[in-house]
Write a protein that binds this ligand. Structure first.
Ligand code: E4P
Length: 221
């Protein structure tokens, strides 16, 4: 599974990229707002940290031709070639823009997905990634994991190249479940990324190893 960080928190990203095998960063207008940075500054800072990782930048335009112009502008502004993904909400104008952008050779991530059909239509429109929102579905008494499972099944059954980018997580268990469903990728906030690698038994085991071995390891390195 591809792990991405769902954040524009530069300090948190620096810490994570130091050791976590992340393959990209996703952002949206709310994430930017929380970071306190404008788009150009935030993305520029992110790019300095992630090297050749993917960067998914959400568009704000609503009409297809504006979405296309906005995405093309960002792609040349940030100048990271195929690592750039235009993140487009799944509105009717959004689907139209996805097809145009794919024909123009620009990578697309369809976002704000709440149903299996929205994901399937996005895939048919050429989206490289589709992002179903797990917690937001759970919070309206729906079942985020089940929606992810259906989308993964559709992509596999119809042999579509589109990857599922599970998003909107509040718990480590949700991340575990989307992995088990075969979601090809997940975008996760910094706190949850840290939590998903922690286990108290690991800490206890490492502590014991250090105590037991401290007088026995006699080869200098
Ligand atoms: C990802 O593409 C979404 O922007 C994000 O995961 C939404 O998460 P939230 O529901 O926690 O805001």
């Amino acid at each position: 599974m591809i792990y991405m960080a769902d954040t524009a928190d530069i300090e948190a990203l620096k810490q994570l990229y130091d050791f976590f095998p992340l393959e990209g960063v996703t952002t949206n207008p709310t994430i930017l707002k929380n970071s306190g940075n404008k788009l150009s500054v935030a993305i520029d800072s992110i790019l300095k940290i992630i090297g050749h990782g993917m960067i998914h930048v959400q568009v704000m335009s609503e009409e297809a031709e504006d979405i296309v112009r906005e995405a093309k502008t960002y792609k040349s502004f940030f100048d990271v070639g195929d690592n750039f993904y235009a993140k487009i909400p799944v509105t009717p104008q959004g689907y139209k823009a996805m097809s145009i952008l794919k024909d123009a050779g620009i990578n697309v991530t369809a976002t704000a997905i709440f149903t299996q059909q929205q994901a399937l239509v996005s895939a048919k429109a050429g989206a490289d990634f589709v992002a179903p929102y797990v917690s937001r579905l759970d919070n309206i008494s729906s079942h985020g994991i089940e929606v992810v499972r259906d989308i993964v099944k559709n992509m596999n059954d119809f042999k579509l190249p589109t990857k599922v980018l599970a998003a909107s997580f509040k718990t480590v268990d949700q991340i575990h479940r989307v992995s088990m469903c075969g979601s090809q990728s997940a975008t996760i906030g910094p706190d949850l990324l840290m939590q998903l690698i922690k286990h108290p038994m690991t800490d206890i085991s490492v502590k014991t190893f250090l105590e037991d071995g401290k007088d026995l390891y006699d080869i200098s390195f």
